[in-house]
Design a protein around this ligand. Structure first.
Ligand code: N0T
Length: 525
């Protein structure tokens, strides 16, 4: 019947990424799937047996999706023969834990370097040429000009994707990251003879045209250098030429790898990046990665890449998220600094309305209750978001969520968001009456669940509520604050916050040490 047909069609539908009302969504089995993610440490996924301890540990932390490397040298130990045993076991254990995976293809490059290329590739510098330093020294970095290298990276990646198509009917694997934090480390540009020749030749007309057609929308960093009247790279891109040249090279190479994979199995594919720190020069950070400054070059060249995603270790978390959004990317953070991740996550899901967040080195967190009786805060965040369930993606798509994060060293002491006719202003929690800071970090996600009713997930903030003057000139007040927990389809009240715990009804005062879910009812008169 028709209904049956619809079910079969749905089961075969591949995961896909979309923007919905300004929110980012990953559609899995026909509905939005929120990735409560975590990326494994680099040496945590190389052996089969590690899956048996690592994945149950992650599941116990409420992680629903693990970001797991797949290393080219392990996949293709001898040229042309592939070994999927480690991967197959990880997929099988993930299924048993009811978890999903995002695979990270550590192929020609991982953090600039080519450590994960097979030994037989690394040993043959003639067939698989290296990038070179200014003095001609070969680097531990495969050159983007290696035609055989590209051919074999494509072939191995295609073999991986074909294997997934055949063996992963349940779609345990949701997406694939192609390579990892690419770019040339050490110098701004590959100085091999072939690279120098290309650098001194004409910039491809297709690239110049693509950038010219976006003239009004170019990032300030690209616009400052772009001169379409020039001919060679130096003339067209001025002081940015070295890096834009590398950007073009990596974009073309990686797009070709992604294309070979998609021909086998068209999962969403994205690229991550090591972000430049302020005042760093290309080469100090990997030169030619898809960071925001020159990302439009990737967008002009790499049509098989679905989106770009930042690894955010720097303090300006919101700034980097916004720069990626401004370029049209859905919000997914494949790597984030673990120590501040519980706070930044609430911004990513609440304010940026992202579909996923993933602290790096997640497996290093202690097991529930093992840290002086405490559950890791990251686990508490994911636990709370899990309780919000389908309410959260629905509210994201309806523009009914907000979020904020504050640190003792933040440039701003107060942050304000507007939702449902009210302004919510958060400051870091302080003691009474001494007024000393009770915590260095605070954050919250606010979700409007009904008129005048809000679920607030967070920790460490004191929140004042005012009427949003853009809505009307009424006066706002707090009707009730309850700490709640999910029970079945409804909510159980664990405690009502009154008196000293609500500053006499005037403030939401969050626990400075635990992530909690508050249901706040407001009124205006
Ligand atoms: C990340 C991780 C892992 C001077 C670092 C972050 C992961 C890779 N790179 O632990 O290696 O595989 O993607 C780069 C951050 C740069 C910091 C430079 C400090």
């Amino acid at each position: 019947s028709l209904a049956m047909l619809a079910t079969t069609a749905q089961a075969a539908e591949l995961p896909r990424v979309r923007l919905e009302g300004g929110a980012s969504q990953l559609i899995v089995d026909g509905k939005p799937f929120l990735i409560l993610g975590g990326e494994l440490g680099n040496s945590s996924a190389g052996a089969e047996a590690q899956a048996d301890t690592v994945l149950p540990h992650l599941a116990s932390l409420h992680v629903n999706t693990a970001l797991v490397p797949v290393a080219w040298d392990q996949l293709e130990p001898q040229e042309g023969s592939y070994d999927f045993r480690v991967l197959d076991h990880w997929v099988e254990v993930a299924r048993r834990q009811n978890m999903r995976l995002v695979l990270l293809w550590f192929g020609s490059w991982k953090n600039g370097f080519s450590e994960y290329a097979p030994g037989w590739v690394k040993a043959d510098g003639a067939r698989f040429p290296r990038a070179r330093a200014v003095d001609g020294t070969p680097l531990e970095i495969l050159s983007t000009f290696g035609e055989e290298t590209l051919k074999l990276d494509r072939r191995a990646f295609a073999a991986l994707m074909a294997h997934l198509r055949q063996t992963d009917k349940q779609q345990t694997v949701l997406m694939v990251q192609v390579e990892n934090e690419v770019g040339l480390v050490g110098d701004g540009r590959d100085r091999s003879a072939e690279a120098d020749r290309a650098f001194n030749s004409a910039v491809p007309a297709s690239l110049v045209q693509a950038l010219q057609s976006k003239r009004g929308e170019l990032t300030p960093e690209l616009a400052a250098h772009f001169n379409p009247q020039g001919r060679n790279w130096k003339e067209v891109f001025g002081d940015a030429a070295d890096e834009v040249f590398m950007t073009w090279r990596y974009a073309s190479y990686i797009d070709s790898v992604a294309q070979a994979g998609k021909e086998q199995y068209a999962l969403p594919m994205y690229l991550n990046v090591q972000l430049p720190a302020p005042l760093e020069r290309a080469g100090e950070y990997p030169s030619g990665g898809p960071h925001p400054y020159y990302q439009q070059v990737y967008r002009a060249v790499a049509s098989h890449i679905d989106f770009y995603a930042p690894d955010i270790y720097w303090p300006e978390f919101e700034y980097w998220v916004q720069r990626y959004q401004a370029l049209g990317n859905p919000v997914f953070i494949p790597e984030a600094r673990l120590q501040v991740a519980p706070y930044n996550a609430l911004y990513a899901y609440g304010q940026a309305r992202g579909f996923g967040f993933s602290p790096f080195d997640i497996d290093s967190l202690p097991a529930p209750g093992k840290d002086g009786g405490q559950d890791p805060l990251m686990m508490q965040v994911y636990g709370a978001l899990k309780q919000l369930g389908d309410m959260l993606p629905a509210a994201q798509a309806d523009n009914r969520t907000r979020g904020m994060v504050l640190h003792a060293k933040s440039p701003r002491a107060t942050q304000t968001v507007s939702l449902g006719g009210y302004l919510f202003s958060g400051t870091l929690a302080r003691s009474w009456p001494e007024k000393t800071l009770l915590t260095d970090d605070g954050a919250m996600l606010v979700l409007e669940s009904a008129p005048d009713e809000f679920f607030v997930v967070g920790s460490g903030l004191h929140v004042n509520v005012r009427r949003d003057p853009d809505t009307d000139a009424r006066v706002a007040g707090i009707s009730s604050i309850e700490e709640v927990t999910r029970s079945g389809a409804g909510w159980t009240v664990l405690q009502r916050l009154n008196g000293d715990q609500s500053n006499q009804g005037r403030q939401l005062m969050m626990d400075p040490r635990q992530i909690r879910i508050y249901r706040v009812r407001l009124h205006a008169f």
